[in-house]
Design a binder for this molecule. Structure first.
Ligand code: NAP
Length: 262
């Protein structure tokens, strides 16, 4: 299927590894020029080189910086001639017990997983509407639908974003101008983030990490974790010309782990 995205520009945040990188790769395969960001410049440059090699016909710009800061966002936005596609992403907050979190911990989580996507949408969606095309994909978490007890910071901050997006996506001045805003909710995917979260559990239990990972894979109906490329492919479809009637949705991609009918 031709996704109809050739020549578009995308800003893909937090994309040197994991799910963000997979989204950038899927868009690059479709002929989309991309700006990718991450804090670590070396890993980001290596990722950008890989993207250029995958499709020499597109332009790939790497902007090192912290997307949760105003300066990081300004640099990323300045590098993108126009943002037709915005993929928001940032690292997830640390696991823990809410009794140990102070105001600063909450503000950091809200900054990364709620306010940064909102600021980026604020900077881009009205221009998308003027041009008559725009796609926003927020990478959130399955924790929005089924909270994960040790990830209370994520449960809280991302649910705030979800509520905000539910309202924004339905504004006729955006929806009627072919601007869609959707959230992708990953369940467990084979990424560094997953290993880091599991490593926290392992510390508590004293069990080997690989045993815990094997147990978690076996608990998923598919008996595996997701591959980042599967996530990237969904992102590219949601950004495609075929998905203009899909907006304000929370799309769970978790191998069927969430047990509800809806
Ligand atoms: P990952 O493998 O750890 O990759 C995170 C990427 O984000 C890296 O490129 C990292 O590079 C970049 N990054 C982190 N903080 C950043 C910041 N402040 N500014 C700019 N770039 C930043 O994580 P992932 O598994 O792809 O997860 C992506 C998101 O999905 C996270 O919010 C995570 O909580 C959520 N999620 C993941 C899973 C899963 O199973 N993997 C499940 C549910 C939700 P630098 O460190 O160099 O900045």
């Amino acid at each position: 299927m031709d996704l109809g995205l050739q020549g578009r520009w995308a800003l893909v945040c937090a994309a040197s590894r994991g799910l963000g990188k997979a989204c950038a790769a899927a868009l690059v395969r479709e002929g989309v020029h991309v700006v990718v960001t991450a804090r670590g410049a070396d890993a980001l440059e290596a990722t950008a080189a890989g993207l250029r090699a995958a499709n020499p016909g597109v332009e790939v710009r790497a902007v090192a910086g912290d997307i949760t800061t105003p300066a990081g966002r300004a640099a990323a936005l300045a590098a993108c001639p126009q943002v037709d596609i915005l993929v928001t992403n940032a690292g997830g907050p640390p696991p823990g017990d809410f009794r140990d979190w102070d105001r600063d911990a909450w503000i950091a989580a809200l900054d990364a997983n709620m306010l940064t996507p909102i600021e980026l949408m604020k900077a881009t969606v009205d221009a998308m509407a003027e041009r008559g095309f725009g796609r926003v994909v927020n990478i959130t978490s399955g924790a929005v639908k089924a909270p994960i007890d040790i990830l209370g910071l994520s449960n809280g901050a991302r649910t705030g974003l979800t509520g905000f997006v539910a309202g924004l996506a339905r504004q006729p001045r955006l929806a009627s101008r072919n601007v869609t805003i959707n959230n992708l909710l990953p369940g467990p995917f084979e990424t560094d983030r997953l290993r880091a979260t599991m490593a926290g559990l392992v510390q508590k239990s004293g069990r080997p990490l690989d045993d815990v990972l094997a147990e978690r894979r076996a608990q998923n109906p598919t008996r595996r974790f997701g591959a980042p490329d599967e996530f990237g492919a969904l992102c590219a479809f949601v950004c495609s010309v075929h998905a203009g009637y899909l907006t304000g949705q929370n799309l769970l991609i978790d191998g069927g782990a969430y047990p509800g009918t809806f």
